[in-house]
Write a protein of this length. Sequence first.
Length: 301
Amino acid sequence: MSAQAAYADWIAVDWGTSNLRAWAMTAAGEMRDMVTSDKGMGNLSREEFEPVLLSLVDPWLGSGETPVVACGMVGARQGWAEAPYRTVPTTPHGALSPCATQDPRLSVHILPGLKQTKTPDVMRGEETQIAGFLADHPDFDGVLCMPGTHTKWVHISAREIASFQTVMTGELFALLSKSSVLRHSVAGLDFDDAAFTDAVSDAISRPEATTARLFQIRASHLLEGTEAPVSRARLSGALIGAELAATRPYWLGQQIALVGAPALNRLYAAALASQGLEAAQHTGDDLTLKGLTAAYKELIS
């Protein structure tokens, strides 16, 4: 009996802490299908990873072996199988870590994260977006800013990651806007652009006043009736401005590209523009798949 052909020549997987995405891919790198799930690494035991993946991709499999290339927290110490960090300076991609499976139809390989030892720092998942960016811009020499929960500032030179710095701006914004006294002042999603730009400039000029400036947001709401869109913008601007003050050696005088969700890219572009810098904007999701595709080509070469 001949082997049943697979719908996917290979499968790309981005498995984060809270969610996962999988793509059915052709050998030429074209997407045939995509599925998403809320079964992120943070909610799974090691034994649950393979059944969760199979529940999503089983229709794509044939009777033979299908390569799976995965990135993200799936390779963390608490993930499916640890893919050890590689030390910068280095290229975004290195040797993929094989992952043992029970189902013989799966051949799973996980991309390693990156670490920095001189100034301790780590990334896992962003290196795949960086690889995707460099696949499109092989001659880029400058800095990638990757806004998110933990924003990364990454110095790229000669197609290598020379150094990087992580800033917890996104997580701080979420905690302060949802769990602190400021939640009463910044409710909603509306946003005042002018208040944001003013707050960024103020924070860059006096980053040491950031924590005092945060409580002023609450006091202004109570005493002056400052509306939520202005307060929310001031909170975002204060945090992003403090981040820019801390990362000045990365962006000052550099070519800058933003890699992230469009809404966050827009904020960071506006903050940088207030300092006279123009940053190109790129969607991170598209680059993740391009990075996984580049890793697959390395795997089969």
